[in-house]
Ligand binder design. Structure first.
Ligand SMILES: NC(=O)C1=CN([C@@H]2O[C@H](COP(=O)(O)OP(=O)(O)OC[C@H]3O[C@@H](n4cnc5c(N)ncnc54)[C@H](O)[C@@H]3O)[C@@H](O)[C@H]2O)C=CC1
Ligand SMILES: O=C(O)C(=O)CO
Length: 327
């Protein structure tokens, strides 16, 4: 009989990552597109000590009496019910650092695209509107270089965005986070400020906090009312950090100039979401980390985290559950 821990993997992994897991665990894989259906997970998780992927909630945990570690191949872990995991003594791990640059690249792309109207004017050219003549001014956008960028949530990804914005585009940097960071101030000649001040002063506003009870609807009607009418708003964190209805209203009423969104309240977002029908809004299907190399690195790290945490080794355990790790 195998002495290796039993693990359940609920989405397809690269072959090399499966090979690694097979060396260290008795694995049940899912090799079809999409994720393992919930009913199958609940059935197969009954004897698993580790799980890689998916939502971890009270229901799943009640079907998993032997579960010790849940590993997610994302850095965000708002799909973990941390209270339930604590109650069941289940450790959670995630994948920080390996995706910072890829997500930061995408945020800059959203800023450029929304600010300089790339997607909108690409359609303008392809639809033959250029041929009809233009005074020119109606094609104007908002400069990225030498504008003021306000980053809300100056963590790993926030810092990678700051690096690109300050050194690549000569932007001035404001940030709001749980606390000021001296090294950020010095390195980027940046200034920590309260949220209201950041919203009033920034030309580009990027939300990059995790989704937690404190950050849910951090940006709503009151916050949009503080922004410049020329502001470009970017959300690449989680949809629910922003009150989506308030964002729609702010755009409809011209309270801000445009937006770039990688994340939505409901994903996939319904096709009748008004945001999808506004030319000044750039929309993406949650692809912040979606390059082959980065997704592979995330899968490798998630697998390593799972194996290490099951064996008492070093893993990226989520902050809130670190005290559950035996010394
Ligand atoms: N669009 C996408 O594909 C991706 C989205 N993400 C999202 O980005 C988030 C951030 O990732 P990292 O930078 O690695 O996390 P991090 O933990 O390094 O940084 C988050 C920052 O937000 C700050 N923060 C937390 N609560 C706050 C609050 N109430 N007010 C102000 N600041 C607050 C923290 O102090 C920290 O500096 C993830 O949790 C995830 O939700 C991450 C990767 C890809
Ligand atoms: O890692 C995350 O949190 C994502 O959203 C996908 O990369």
């Amino acid at each position: 009989m195998s002495t290796k821990p039993k693990i359940l993997v609920t989405h397809k992994l690269p072959e090399t990552v499966q090979d690694y897991l097979n060396l260290h665990a008795d694995c049940t894989f899912w090799n079809e597109e999409g994720s393992m259906p919930r009913s199958v997970i609940l059935e197969k998780v009954s004897d698993a000590e580790g799980i890689l992927g998916g939502t971890i909630d009270e229901e799943l945990l009640s079907f998993a009496p032997r579960l010790r570690v849940a590993s997610t191949s994302s850095v965000g872990y708002n799909h973990f019910d941390l209270d339930a995991m604590r109650a069941h003594g289940v450790i959670g791990t995630h994948t920080p650092y390996v995706l910072d640059s890829t997500v930061a690249d995408l945020v800059l792309a959203l800023m450029l695209s929304a600010g300089r109207r790339i997607a909108e004017l690409d359609a303008y050219v392809k639809q033959g509107k250029w041929q009809k003549g233009t005074s020119g001014t109606e094609l104007f956008g908002v400069d990225v270089h030498h504008s003021t960028l306000g980053i809300i949530g100056m963590g790993r990804i926030g810092e990678a965005i700051a690096q690109r914005a300050v050194f690549g585009f000569d932007m001035n940097l404001l940030y709001h986070s749980r606390s000021p960071k001296k090294e950020i101030d010095e390195r980027f000649n940046a200034r920590f400020c309260e949220l209201d001040e950041l919203l009033r002063e920034s030309d580009y506003i990027v939300v990059m906090t995790p989704l937690t009870p404190e950050t849910k609807h951090l940006i709503g009607e009151e916050q949009f009312n503080l922004m410049k009418s020329s502001a470009i708003f970017i959300n690449a964190s989680r949809g629910a950090t922003v009150d989506e209805q308030a964002l729609i209203k702010a755009l409809q009423q011209g309270k801000i100039r445009g937006a770039g969104l990688d994340v939505f309240d409901i994903e996939p977002t319904p096709v009748d979401n008004p945001l999808l029908h506004m030319p000044n809004v750039v929309t993406l299907p949650h692809i912040g980390s979606a390059t082959a190399r980065t997704r592979n690195d995330m899968a490798e790290l998630a697998a390593k985290n799972l194996v290490e945490a099951l064996n008492g080794g070093r893993a990226y355990v989520v902050q809130e559950l670190k005290d559950l790790v035996p010394n």
